[in-house]
Every structure is written in C-alpha cells, then in structure tokens.
Design a binder for this molecule. Structure first.
Ligand SMILES: [Zn+2]
Ligand SMILES: [Zn+2]
Length: 251
C-alpha cells in the first residue's frame, strides 16, 4: 500500500491511498490542477478512484470537490453534519456515513471516528488494507480517550501538529482567531501532537507524519523537534510542507 500526502494545511488538504489497482482519497481541498502537479512531483499518477472520504466541511478540505466530481464519477462519503455544512456543493454521488461505520471499498476498510473540532460533525479516519492500519486525523483541538483508543495499533499515523503556542500567541493573528485555534475544538499544538504520539507509540508503528503545519505559527523544525524521540526505533518521522507534496510512504 502507498500513502501519499498530496497537500496538507490551511491552503488545502488531500491524502491519496493506493492498494494494488485501487485508490481512495481523503479530503479534496485543492484544485484539480494543483492535484495533478503535486502527484507528478511525487512521480505518481492516478488510474481510477474508488471513493473520496471527507473529514469535515471546512474549505481547506473540500474546496476542489465540486469540480473534481464533475470529472470523475466517484462516491463521496461524509457524515450527515458534514453534508449539512456542504449544502452549497452540487454533488450527485453523496453517501452518508456515521462514526463507527465500516465502509468496505476497493480492498480498503474505512472507519470514521469523531474528533473535537469546530465543524458540524468532524471525523478522523482509520483505514485498513493489506493487513495494515492507518490512522488519519488532522483537524482536532484536543485529544480525548476515543481519539487515543482509535489510533492505537496503527502502522502509520498522520496527525496534526499545527502550531507552536508561543509563536501563535506572539503572532499577528487577531485574538478571537488565536483563541479559536488554542481552544478544545481548534487545532493541535506541536506539544499536544507529541503527547499523543507518545501515548499511541508501539513497536509496530513504522511511521508518523506531522501534518496541517501552520505557515504563520509554526516551523517544520519546531514540529519535528517536539515529536522526535516519541516513536520506536527505526520508525520514520515526517513533516508535511504547505508548498509541496509528500511524504509518500510505502507500507
Ligand atoms: Zn483544516
Ligand atoms: Zn478544520
């Protein structure tokens, strides 16, 4: 299986998972053009798409969806609340999914779980294929028991490491926005992410990707430093960049 981060952060999010001839996508908050460029950057191409799963309705996760769905006839899965939040979208292939449901498609088994974030019904996803388990949650303001339990036992996790609290507080954002980001339904700090990684770390964890890294309130180095040493040797620790694709990880 191959897991590729096509884009991550406030300027757009998209993760592509490939297993054999099948692929699924998680979120599509970029243009089709950017998606193609990013995929080419990774030396990859897309031959068919079985499904798209949406985490929540914020624009950075869904902005390219309407245009994409006009080009490909792919079912789009989201929770009821997320569909309500995307009422503006004209989509034909809407599929409602509930937290805890298991969706089997193209050799993947996909299970959404609730996360604390300021959207209508936001979810993270557990994805299983080829006897591997991947946990993805990139917009959440705090870690709770459910999130921790769901991510345990993953071979690969993609987690939010959004901001350094000191940079955020000293930065240029207006206070209401700072408070929103720091709140329980906002975004995870580097330290929150590192704490979560330490809690879910186990010998089978082979890689972690630190994602949704803020351009204004964080640096890749600070994110990496906070989580370094939280994984078992020789697991890989990667940081996403807003301006380029990657990493692409083979499992
Ligand atoms: Zn986001
Ligand atoms: Zn969000």
């Amino acid at each position: 299986m191959k897991v590729s981060v096509i884009a991550s952060g406030s300027q757009g999010n998209c993760v592509l998972l490939k297993s054999g001839r099948h692929s699924i996508m998680l979120d599509f908050g970029i243009s089709v053009r950017k998606f193609k460029i990013r995929l080419a950057e990774l030396g990859d191409e897309l031959n068919g798409l079985d499904a798209i799963f949406i985490s929540h309705e914020h624009r950075d996760h869904v902005s390219g969806l309407e245009y994409l769905s006009r080009k490909v006839n792919t079912p789009v899965f989201a929770t009821e609340g997320t569909w309500e939040g995307m009422a503006w979208l004209e989509l034909e292939n809407r599929v409602k999914v509930r937290a805890g449901d298991k969706v089997k498609i193209g050799g993947f088994e996909v299970q959404p779980f609730r996360v604390p974030h300021d959207a209508r019904e936001p979810v993270g996803y557990l994805i299983e294929a080829e006897d591997r388990k991947i946990g993805i949650c990139t917009d959440l303001g705090s870690v709770n028991h459910l999130v921790r339990e769901r991510l345990k036992g993953s071979d690969l996790v993609i987690l939010e490491s959004n901001h350094d609290p000191q940079l955020l507080i000293a930065g240029k954002y207006p206070w209401p926005l700072k408070q929103r980001i720091l709140g329980r339904d906002g975004h995870l700090s580097n330290q929150d992410c590192a704490g979560l990684l330490a809690e879910i770390s186990h010998p089978g964890l082979c890689a972690a990707v630190l994602a949704h890294v803020s351009l204004d309130n964080n640096t890749p180095e600070l994110a990496f430093e906070a989580s370094r040493g939280k994984l078992p040797e020789p697991a890989g620790l990667y940081v996403t960049h807003q301006r380029k694709a990657g990493p692409a990880i083979e499992l």
